[in-house]
Design a protein around this ligand. Structure first.
Ligand SMILES: C[S@@+](CC[C@H](N)C(=O)[O-])C[C@H]1O[C@@H](n2cnc3c(N)ncnc32)[C@H](O)[C@@H]1O
Length: 326
């Protein structure tokens, strides 16, 4: 762990180059640390193996929420935006231009929320997350952030949002929570005619070499032990339909790891390595290897993804709430 700060600052530089290369406009910094506790007095955090986590036994989230993780989430945002060349796919551009009410569920540091708020100044954006890693004070006037456990009933009226966005919840929600807790609640607060959009990563990574395969298998076992399904993408369209969403639409895109994909590939692999570095203790224990052997798996990944042309797929799922007046 001793080398993490230099790794992160290297990533921040690469990430800001990638950000410039992307054609989208953007108003937030990739490397700014946004964490603050100034508005919150609760004893929120616990520390394990030098990383910071939410101190709440009812929260299953697998990853930390410290400054290094905030940097990683911001970099990941730019990777995803680069892959899709956009921040969303739902047909909501026009209502966003005119003035819509938007919810970002599990918003993290709020990178997506802040960019969208800057692009659509007539719309109002609310980001909710269990961790206060979003900006508390310095934010656009059309943006607010709230601390909220998304597996609890949400403090919003029925039929009150035009558009709901939710990204990378695979290590957040148990399978049952997707189906029976979170999506029903999001359906309740979405206006008739409104859209929901969920973005997910597919852990069925294509052309995995042996080291990646071992790490991914460990991750899958870790998730399953917590009743989470990291291969949730095939199930999401069904979850949306079961909860009453109509016109369910699925789109898929991909990103390559490694040298063949230039700067993107380097950052995508760094993102993977940072996630698995954060999960070193539980996954090495599941794989019954020591941390030196685990580190050796991570160290071999660059060579392995180059040799195998490894790539991953990401999905966007869209659903609409029926409007009797349509
Ligand atoms: C992988 S991050 C994704 C963040 C953001 N959506 C993005 O794409 O950058 C998952 C987020 O879910 C949040 N989270 C985890 N459990 C949660 C819960 N029960 N309620 C609300 N947020 C939660 C974490 O704090 C983290 O910010």
């Amino acid at each position: 762990m001793g080398n993490r700060p230099s790794k992160i600052s290297k990533l921040s530089k690469l990430s800001s180059k990638l950000k410039k290369k992307s054609s989208m406009s953007n108003s937030t910094s990739s490397s700014t640390t946004l964490s603050t506790l100034s508005d919150h007095n609760e004893p929120l955090f616990k520390f394990e193996n030098g990383r910071r986590y939410i101190d709440d036994d009812t929260v299953q989230y697998l990853l930390p929420n410290d400054d290094d993780e905030i940097d990683r989430l911001q970099m990941q945002h730019y990777l995803l935006r680069y892959i899709w060349q956009s921040n969303f796919s739902a047909p909501v551009k026009e209502i966003l231009r005119c003035g819509a009410k938007v919810l970002d569920v599990g918003c993290g540091p709020g990178t997506w929320t802040l960019e969208m708020a800057s692009d659509y100044s007539r719309s109002h954006f609310i980001g909710i997350d269990i961790a206060p890693i979003f900006p508390a004070e310095i934010k656009p006037i059309n943006t607010e952030f709230r601390l909220q456990n998304i597996t609890n009933p949400l403090p919003f009226d029925d039929n009150s949002f035009d558009y709901i966005h939710m990204r990378l919840m695979l290590a957040v929600l148990r399978e049952e929570e997707w189906k029976s807790v979170v999506l029903p609640e999001l359906f309740r607060i979405l206006k008739p005619g409104g859209y929901i959009e969920s973005h997910e990563f597919d852990f069925r990574i294509v052309n995995q070499g042996p080291c990646m395969k071992k790490l991914v298998e460990g991750f899958i076992q870790f998730c399953k032990a917590k009743n989470m399904n990291p291969i949730v993408c095939p199930n999401i369209p069904g979850y949306l339909q079961e909860n009453g969403f109509i016109e369910v639409n699925v789109s898929k895109n991909s990103g390559h790891y490694g040298s063949s994909a230039g700067r993107f590939g380097k950052l995508a692999l760094e993102d993977f390595i940072l996630v698995f570095d954060a999960l070193k203790t539980p996954i090495s224990s599941i794989l019954e290897i020591n941390e030196v052997e685990y580190q050796a798996l991570l160290d071999k990944l660059q060579e392995e993804v180059d040799a195998n042309d490894t790539f991953y797929e990401v999905y966007r799922f869209i659903g609409k709430k029926f409007d009797p007046d349509d």
